[in-house]
Design a binder for this molecule. Structure first.
Ligand SMILES: NC(=O)c1ccc[n+]([C@@H]2O[C@H](COP(=O)([O-])OP(=O)(O)OC[C@H]3O[C@@H](n4cnc5c(N)ncnc54)[C@H](OP(=O)(O)O)[C@@H]3O)[C@@H](O)[C@H]2O)c1
Length: 286
């Protein structure tokens, strides 16, 4: 790494969900390399501590930490946010990546379909609860991982069927959650206009993943083989979190560090605002 890059993110406070694996881990590692103060959100203290140890060892950046939060339990988010606020007082980058992919439909303790609940809804609550901190820390950035824009553009969300109540195939649920995240990013940008807080979504590229960890070995073997071609890095995510080139850029879809034009068949304006309001109702946010 070029020496001047090592301090690009010095004193910038970044909160990264999913920081123990896959996209989140790649982004957290990249930001640690750039000198940021990185806090990863981890469901397990053990995995969080192991990831932090690895980041510190590889980069020498001791300003990297983990804090535990189970995103399946959104009622724990307010306390997590309060503790984060007291401890760090500032937030420059919120990077939303945590995700689940169970073998078949599962429901959270609150009775919500798990993929929609963790991948999208928990991040809605977390982000919403951190908005005032992001605003007071501006310029600040929110980044939300979604998926391939060329696939997502054909998607449709029927608000009457949200949140998914009946069993829904994990691939379908992942697709719906990714679409919801794109709409969420768009709506965030609209509501945050002029605040100094930007919001963008991105396709991470092919990043080494543990998403299929609950699948039978017969399915995991080909996935593991394919992962020979996957990267340990997520350059687009790190770029969005750190580069001066994207300062002030908001409401965009990024792929390979470039803005892609995204014109879905169902325009985001058609449902993004309703999704926002309903998400507040579903989660009891005031
Ligand atoms: N990887 C890719 O190439 C790729 C490509 C396109 C899109 N995406 C999208 O990117 C997202 C992330 O995928 P990934 O590859 O990073 O998956 P991953 O390797 O399975 O990582 C998921 C992360 O989420 C965390 N997590 C899961 N449940 C949690 C909970 N209840 N509370 C807190 N954290 C929780 C996991 O923590 P623990 O393991 O510690 O529980 C892990 O750190 C997915 O939505 C996926 O569709 C990924």
């Amino acid at each position: 790494m070029i020496n001047s890059m090592k301090n690009l993110m010095k004193n910038r406070i970044c909160l990264v969900t999913g920081g123990t694996s896959g996209v989140g881990r790649a982004i957290a590692a990249g930001l640690t390399e750039l000198g940021a103060i990185v806090i990863i959100v981890s469901k397990s203290a053990e995995r969080g501590a192991a990831a932090v140890k690895d980041f510190r060892r590889k980069t020498g950046n001791s300003q990297t930490f983990y804090r535990t939060l189970d995103l399946e339990k959104p009622d724990r988010i307010p306390r997590f946010v309060e503790q984060f606020r007291q401890e760090f007082q500032t937030l420059h980058v919120l990077s939303n990546n945590a995700a689940v992919f169970p073998r078949k439909t599962e429901f959270t303790p609150g009775g919500m379909e798990k993929i929609f609940a963790v991948n999208y809804l928990a991040h809605f609550v977390l982000t919403y609860s951190l908005l005032d901190l992001l605003k007071s820390s501006a310029p600040s950035r929110i980044l939300i991982v979604s998926g391939s824009p060329s696939i997502l553009k054909y998607g449709k969300i029927n608000m009457d069927d949200m949140p998914p109540k009946k069993p829904v195939h994990p691939f379908r649920a992942t697709y719906l959650a990714a679409l919801a995240k794109v709409a969420f990013s768009y709506e965030l940008a609209r509501r945050l206009e002029g605040s100094g807080v930007t919001s963008n979504t991105f396709h991470p590229g092919l990043v080494k993943t543990n998403l299929t960890r609950h699948f039978p070995w017969i399915f995991r073997i080909p996935v593991s083989l394919a992962q020979i071609f996957f990267s340990q890095r997520c350059d687009t995510g790190v770029y969005l979190a750190s580069s001066h080139e994207v300062e002030g850029i908001t409401s965009q879809f990024f792929k390979r560090k470039k803005i892609v034009s995204f014109h879905p068949k169902q325009p985001l304006e058609a449902y993004a605002s309703e999704l926002w309001e309903k998400s507040k109702q579903w989660t009891g946010l005031k």
